[in-house]
Design a protein around this ligand. Structure first.
Ligand code: ACM
Ligand code: ZN
Length: 560
């Protein structure tokens, strides 16, 4: 099962890599279209196509997925323009005047993969052709950006001329993994914002939502076997008025009432929303470190036995982690992962693995017995033992393990994928050893970092301006051409210690998400920062219509 998943992802990257030569020599004949991420080839011509209330969206009868893409487009236009186009299914979709046509053509798979598309707009019609519904969906995202920015309005507008310039676009993504992460533990973000985040991702043709659901500061996912994870682990004492690093822990008699969590029904709702947008949701369940929220609810799985309370801020180093010597810890985690894998269709489960301070493992008789019993050299190898056992649980359930680059310590589990965050080195080592990698180094992918040298809302540190994100190259020079397909792609991360509100989160990711989209989707030879900046102006107009906050040209207040 795991092998099948691995092959599917490898095939995907090879397919996409295989598309590249055809386009490496492609010349941009004309842009004339402010599309982000920049497509492979844009050829403009005279004239426009006008969408009217009578314009049908035509899909092939029986073309699975195409109708849902059509309905998605109709809904977005109805929300912005109050104009409800009709979905029409036909056995042959070819040459219909005054129509938006979504055409699935298997022959396009060679060269365009499942996510590429051709969009052809003439005065008579707008036609999107793709090998798979995902490609149609990305064609629709491009069509939306060819419409006036009003197409992104969050309120229905009257009297807009919904015209599209005539153009032919051929497009295909560079990487199969185009991710955005969101930490909902340090601050909890409700369903409405998660959907908005997914909408922003879809607009930028990003396709992996890495949902950081657990950490020291809150457990956010209902687990039916272990109800205390949310009845206790989701709540902390409210210290929001104090600096994150200086927050006093919960005192006797104080009530832990700040937080929240997602029920499994909430998650199913989010998953359906993501699926409609061709986004895979990768859940992250942190272990063995960053686990104080879980241990506050179930202290018996720590080395010391606790007690603990959910941390209201940052405490460093954090020695209270899962006990690797206690068999019960693995039973507990298997119970959690059973529910997680039942709930999430993603082929990957992220198990964290970062920043586990091993001080308690050094002192714990059970952990030391485990080291002796398993013939391990040290606590690093104990961590590797821990992660290998978790990989066996996940693989048995048909899932692949992905973890932060610390999972390299003491030896990588055989099928693991590495998310390289402490620079590119972990990713390079993993790719050289034949493992898949997602590149997300702090220096170019940490969207909690400052966006400018002054005038910004408080952040944990770091400096990541827009152009640094834009210039990121996820494929390092020092891996061989044969190893390059192991670089699945890239992702940016939004840690939320200093991000308490949705509006602040928008501000941190926009417009850096636009630059990330171009790193992840656009062929490197087509990237041009100045050209990107000129296209960004139109993107800002779209954000204005959506009513989202963004850093943009001037610094805005991020507080509600
Ligand atoms: C991380 O930033 N600790 C993955
Ligand atoms: Zn222990």
């Amino acid at each position: 099962m795991v092998r099948a998943i691995a092959v599917a992802f490898a095939a995907c990257s090879v397919l996409i890599a295989g598309c590249r030569p055809a386009y490496e020599s492609a010349r941009i004949i004309a842009t004339g279209a402010d599309i982000i991420p920049r497509p492979v080839r844009v050829e403009s011509s005279q004239g426009t196509f006008r969408l009217q209330a009578t314009t049908p969206v035509i899909v092939q009868a029986g073309a699975e997925g195409a109708d849902s893409v059509g309905r998605y487009f109709i809904r977005t236009l109805a929300a912005a323009g109050g104009m409800e186009l009709s979905l029409v299914t036909r056995t042959a979709v070819a040459d219909t005047d005054n129509a938006v046509i979504l055409s699935l053509e298997g022959s396009l798979r060679t060269g365009f993969g499942d996510e590429g598309y051709i969009l052809s707009v003439t005065p008579r019609q707008a036609k999107i052709s793709a090998a798979a519904p995902a490609g149609l969906f990305y064609g629709i995202q491009t069509l939306r950006q060819l419409l006036p920015p009003d197409a992104f309005s969050s309120v229905p507008l009257q009297g807009v001329l919904w015209s599209v310039p005539c153009v032919r676009i051929e497009d295909v993504p560079r990487f199969p993994w185009r991710g955005m992460h969101l930490d909902v533990s340090r601050h909890f973000f409700g369903k409405a914002f998660i959907k908005e985040y997914l909408d922003l991702m879809a607009m930028h043709k990003l396709n992996v939502f890495h949902w950081h659901l657990t950490d020291d500061n809150g457990w956010r996912l209902e687990i039916k076997r272990y109800p205390r994870l949310t009845s206790i682990g989701a709540w902390r004492v409210d210290r929001e008025q104090d600096n994150w690093q200086k927050r006093q822990s919960q005192q006797p008699g104080e009530k832990a009432a700040y937080g929240g969590y997602y029920t499994q029904d909430d998650v199913r709702e989010i998953l359906a929303y993501a699926k409609e947008r061709y986004i895979t949701v990768v859940p992250e369940i942190e272990m063995p470190g960053h686990s104080v929220a879980a241990l506050s609810a179930y202290p018996e799985y720590s080395c010391t036995g606790g007690p603990f309370t959910v941390l209201p801020g940052g405490y460093w180093p954090n020695v209270d982690i899962y006990c690797a010597g206690n068999e019960g810890t693995f039973t507990f985690l298997e119970g959690i992962l059973t529910e997680v894998t039942d709930l999430f269709p993603s082929p990957y489960v992220h198990i964290g693995g970062d920043e586990a301070d091993k001080a308690n493992w050094k002192k714990c008789p059970k952990c030391q017995d485990r080291i002796k019993g398993e013939g391990l050299k040290n606590e690093e190898e104990l961590q590797s033992y821990f992660i290998r056992r978790i990989e066996i649980i996940l693989n048995a359930r048909g899932k692949r393990l992905i973890g932060w680059d610390e999972i390299l310590q003491g030896g990588l589990p055989p099928n693991a994928t590495v998310m390289s965050w402490q620079g590119m080195g972990g990713g390079i080592a993993a790719a050289k050893a034949g493992h898949d990698v997602v590149m997300t180094p702090t220096s170019t992918c940490y969207f909690d970092y400052y966006q400018a040298k002054s005038g910004e809302p408080e952040a944990p540190g770091g400096f990541l301006p827009l152009d640094s994100v834009y210039r990121f190259e996820p494929v390092p020079d020092d891996i061989s051409p044969g190893q390059r397909p192991h670089i699945l792609g890239t992702q940016a991360n939004l840690w939320t210690e200093y991000v308490p509100t949705a509006s602040h989160a928008e501000y941190m990711v926009l417009p850096r998400m636009c630059a990330l989209a171009e790193v992840a989707w656009t062929m490197p030879e087509l990237k041009d920062f100045d050209d990107f900046l000129s296209r960004l102006e139109k993107q800002y107009s779209r954000f204005d219509r959506m009513g989202v906050n963004y850093r943009g040209r001037t610094v805005r207040s991020t507080r509600p």
